[in-house]
Design a protein around this ligand. Structure first.
Ligand code: HPA
Length: 256
């Protein structure tokens, strides 16, 4: 069963035919919300909104460990993370879909490992390739089959938030090699790795990053909201296809 963690712009998965919800209690506290189980075209899937139902949990307050633990507890075979990001690279425009392949972590103070309990062994997971290539391939294949354009390969800069960046910070991230910037990519990706769950991301460009393009003098999300919503429609189609819908599939979804 695949899991989908939805971020800003994807707080519900309307193509999920819901069977039940479950509030999971974990040794790390409560996840962002009840896990929503169901089927997409007859194939099982589970959805979790990263910022909670009602979008009330800011990026630095998300209980990433509880979220990942809860999904792992249900033996998910992979996690697709969906999140909106700012575009740093010149060719990235609002509405573009990007499949990142690398991360630079600028977050601080977040609980970013499962291996910090008293008596737990010192453990260093390999994180050379932070995203699962096979799952990213499946996402890319689905988008290609649907003729949905996407860009593969990008360095994701994970920032602390909840404030947006200064123009100078974005310049620094670019010098560091970052292409996109978001607030939730870490520690989500490394926690999945620690649990051995394949993890891939679909990043949707919501805006030009601070100081760039249409954000040269500030970021105004409101004017880009419809772009994000339209792009999330394409992301839903990609997810449907990855989970199992082939041509002629008619998902019988209801909103969750
Ligand atoms: N910066 C950080 N996170 C974001 C942005 C941004 O510009 N856009 C969407 N999430």
């Amino acid at each position: 069963m695949l899991a989908i963690i939805g971020g800003s712009g994807l707080t519900t998965l309307s193509n999920l035919d819901v069977s039940h919800r479950e509030v999971v209690r974990t040794p790390f506290g409560e996840p962002s919300g009840a896990l929503v189980f169901g089927q997409i075209c007859g194939r099982p899937a589970v959805f979790l909104p990263r910022h909670g139902y009602g979008h009330s949990i800011p990026p630095h307050m998300v209980n990433y460990r509880a979220n990942l633990w809860a999904l792992h507890h249900h033996e998910v075979t992979g996690i697709i993370s969906v999140a909106s990001v700012g575009g740093i690279r010149d060719d990235l425009q609002p509405g573009d879909i990007v499949l990142p392949d690398q991360i630079i972590d600028y977050t601080w103070g977040r609980k970013s490992t499962f291996f910090d309990g008293v008596g737990s062994p010192v453990t260093h997971v390999d994180f050379t390739e932070p995203y699962d290539a096979a799952l990213t391939d499946r996402i890319a294949d689905a988008a290609t089959a649907l003729s949905i354009p996407f860009k593969r390969g990008a360095v994701y800069a994970a920032t602390q938030g909840p404030r947006l960046e200064t123009a100078a910070e974005i310049n620094r991230f670019e010098r560091d090699g970052a292409d996109i910037v978001g607030m939730t990519g870490m520690p989500e990706a490394v926690l999945a790795r620690e649990l051995g769950v394949p993890y891939a991301a679909i990043s949707v460009i919501a805006n030009h990053a601070a100081g760039r393009g249409s954000s040269a003098h500030g970021i105004r999300f409101e004017s880009l909201d419809y772009v994000l919503q339209e792009a999330m429609g394409r992301v839903r189609s990609i997810i449907e296809r990855v989970v199992g819908c082939q041509d002629n599939c008619q998902p019988m979804g209801i909103s969750v």
